[in-house]
Design a protein around this ligand. Structure first.
Ligand SMILES: [Zn+2]
Length: 341
């Protein structure tokens, strides 16, 4: 190895350093690096064959050893790159690869612990720029062009879905642990009338990276309320959540998914940017589909609730097991809603 390094250094002296290629070329570099390491070993073998003596350096004007000659095949990038940069790059690649392997092992262990049928698929990197979201056709209100968009699916081509949980009645500590250990993102839409029994539970949720959003103070049917009543329900919950969690939500979901023009105007007036509804709903024992094809689609928002055996045929972990089986079987990953909206 030392020999290769020396030769490269002397080559550098002669040709001068060039920039290390970046981007896709790096993959080529890794391959080249591997080839170089292999040829380095061969050179070492030759070296030991000569009794450890290194070949004499070339006299001025004389050609160096064959390894230094520019090879016809392959790009000349490897010889041109500073050896330190190459080894640093190789180290970085190895570290990233090791991190990926460790994360995958952790996922397998967590899936086994929480009795998931399959290991959840990993979501792709979030987009650099969030997609432009518009109101779903048929969900518009009169004069709603400048109001927060109402949608059930996020525009994306990725095989991802989003998991959202509403209300806040059931406060199962196992859910917090399960979602953290499985590293499954989800968003919570909270109603004060059930959350107020234990704001601490949701503060723990927030500390685990979950975004908490507005689902009104008392979970009433918005279109049946006056403007002033709706304002109290929506903006009152904005204030309440700001006080309890230190942050005003930007996402709002009207109870039962029902709203009118006033609902959206009021929501906008107190800081709401978007109104995500849902394309399907998860229960511990089944899915309820809202789309005609009874299937998942890229960007679909899945609704579920903070409920337990009192309301459901199962616990919140049972519900997660069921919905994750559906999502994974269909080849989807769960992504973080706030990375896209
Ligand atoms: Zn609700």
């Amino acid at each position: 190895m030392q020999l290769v390094r020396q030769k490269e250094e002397s080559a550098m002296k002669r040709h001068g350093p060039r920039r290390l290629a970046r981007g896709p070329v790096c993959t080529t570099l890794v391959t080249l690096l591997a080839a170089a390491l292999a040829s380095g070993c061969a050179a070492e073998g030759t070296d030991s064959a000569t009794g450890g003596k290194r070949p004499a350096p070339p006299a001025p004007g004389q050609e160096g050893p064959p390894l230094l000659k520019p090879r016809q095949e392959g790009p000349p990038l490897l010889k041109a790159a500073p050896p330190d940069a190459l080894s640093a790059y190789a180290g970085e690649v190895r570290r990233k690869q090791a991190a990926r392997v460790a994360a995958a092992r952790k996922q397998v262990a967590a899936a086994k612990k929480w009795r998931l049928a399959k290991v959840p698929l990993a979501a792709p990197e979030p987009p650099a720029v969030k997609p432009r979201i518009t109101t779903r056709k048929g969900f518009e209100v009169t004069g709603g062009e400048t109001l927060p968009p109402v949608f059930t699916t996020v525009p994306t081509k990725e095989r991802i879905v989003f998991l959202t949980m509403d209300d806040g009645a059931e406060k199962d500590p196992a859910l917090l642990r399960m979602m953290t250990e499985l590293d499954i993102p989800y968003s919570a839409f909270l109603s004060d009338y059930v959350v107020k029994e234990d704001y601490g539970y949701f503060r723990k949720m927030k500390a685990r990276g979950v975004t908490l959003s507005n689902h009104t103070l008392n979970h009433r049917y918005m279109p049946g309320l006056s403007y002033a009543e709706q304002k109290r329900e929506i903006c009152g919950q904005q204030d309440r959540m700001a006080k309890e969690f230190g942050k005003r939500p930007t996402l709002f979901r009207p109870p039962y998914g029902n709203y009118n023009g006033d609902t959206l105007r009021i929501a906008k007036s107190c800081g709401i940017k978007a109104v995500p509804l849902w394309a399907s709903e998860a229960f511990p024992d089944h899915m309820e589909w809202r789309e005609w094809d009874r299937d998942l689609h890229p960007g679909d928002i899945i609704l579920t609730h903070f409920r337990g055996p009192g309301d459901w045929k199962g616990s919140m972990p049972d519900m997660i097991r069921r919905v994750m089986k559906t999502v994974t079987d269909k080849g989807y990953a769960v992504a973080r809603l706030e990375d896209y909206v």
